[in-house]
Design a binder for this molecule. Structure first.
Ligand code: ADP
Ligand SMILES: Nc1ccn([C@H]2C[C@H](O)[C@@H](COP(=O)(O)O)O2)c(=O)n1
Length: 288
């Protein structure tokens, strides 16, 4: 490449691929692992991983590679953002808001699958008898959440409701700690989860935590009136709340897989929409 074409290349790269460049710079050592059209960058990526280097120069080499093989840009373009929060904290409402007001792809929690699996309702069974059905539900939750994480996305930004991480660190943990999940069931789920973490890349670029009081969630849960959840007492929401706080605010329980943007979510819907607008830029850029 001659000097002008190199300059032109960089200018074009930075103009056309700003999000790709940014994502590649930040995520290079862990994101370069797709096979097929990303073959060349995959080699470079694994070499970089071996070097255990996070230096800016190496990352720039990678960005250069993205530019030289422009058809690979899609590998770096995508940002995955998870909306986390207690039951009935307003996650679905948040997803619907962004789904309507921009071309972000939204993925709702697959609750319909948990309520109807070949005519069975694992969610209802779990609430009726957690010790018997907790493992059944959470195994299925883990599978369906993983499926959503690895689904190929076409738009640059995806907002996903909850994650495989909160399924394990919040809900499985809660069943176990409250004595409603036998140790052997917890061990089986943990083995599965650890295997997934070792063998499958589950990328999350940003966690948006809708922080509510348990009381607010209790009121919204009653208002929503989902049949299976009528048995949920306030104490259950308090335990889920504490697990979320320890994980995402105090960061004392489990590894947090991405930066956390905290949005206070006890407010009415209008105020929440205003807050979403205030944070729209950060969310779209995947930064807190
Ligand atoms: N900011 C809010 N103020 C009052 N009610 C809300 C607010 N956000 C959501 N709701 C209502 O609370 C219930 C739970 O909201 P939802 O978005 O389904 O929560 P989640 O997806 O977190 O379980 C729904 O009936 C919804 O209409
Ligand atoms: N791993 C999980 C995830 C969710 N649930 C339950 C909690 C709620 O009853 C329902 C959906 O949650 P929402 O989106 O309304 O917060 O599924 C669970 O038991 N385990």
């Amino acid at each position: 490449m001659s000097l002008p074409s190199i300059v032109g290349f960089w200018t074009n790269l930075l103009q056309i691929s700003a999000p790709a460049v940014r994502v590649a710079l930040r995520r290079a050592p862990v994101r370069v692992e797709s096979a097929g059209p990303c073959g060349q960058t995959r080699l470079l990526g694994s070499w970089m991983q071996k070097q255990q280097s996070t230096s800016r120069q190496f990352r720039l080499i990678l960005v250069y590679t993205v530019g030289v093989f422009p058809n690979q840009e899609a590998c770096f373009m995508h940002l995955g953002i998870c909306i986390e929060g207690n039951i009935a904290s307003g996650k679905t409402t948040c997803l619907e808001y962004f789904g309507k007001t921009s071309n972000i792809e939204v993925i709702a929690e697959p609750v319909h699958k948990w309520r109807n699996l070949k005519g069975h309702n694992p969610l209802a069974l779990m609430y009726q008898d957690p010790a018997r059905w907790g493992l059944t539900l959470q195994t299925y939750v883990q599978l369906t959440m993983l499926d959503q994480h690895v689904t190929t996305m076409t738009s640059p930004v995806t907002l996903m409701e909850r994650s495989i991480y909160s399924a394990k660190y919040i809900f499985v943990e809660n069943l176990y700690r409250s004595g409603k999940m036998p140790e052997v069931d917890y061990a089986v789920l943990s083995e599965w989860f650890d295997w997934i973490m070792r063998n499958i890349h589950v990328p999350v670029d940003l966690i948006v935590y809708l922080q509510t009081s348990p009381q607010t969630c209790y009121e919204r849960l009653i208002e929503r009136c989902r049949e299976e959840e009528q048995v949920i007492p306030l104490e259950y929401l308090e335990m889920i709340h504490q697990l979320y706080e320890d994980w995402l605010i105090h960061q004392t329980s489990f590894k947090v897989p991405a930066p956390v943007l905290v949005i206070p979510a006890d407010h009415d819907v209008q105020k929440m929409f205003c807050q979403y607008e205030e944070h729209r830029g950060k969310i779209l850029m995947g930064s807190k």
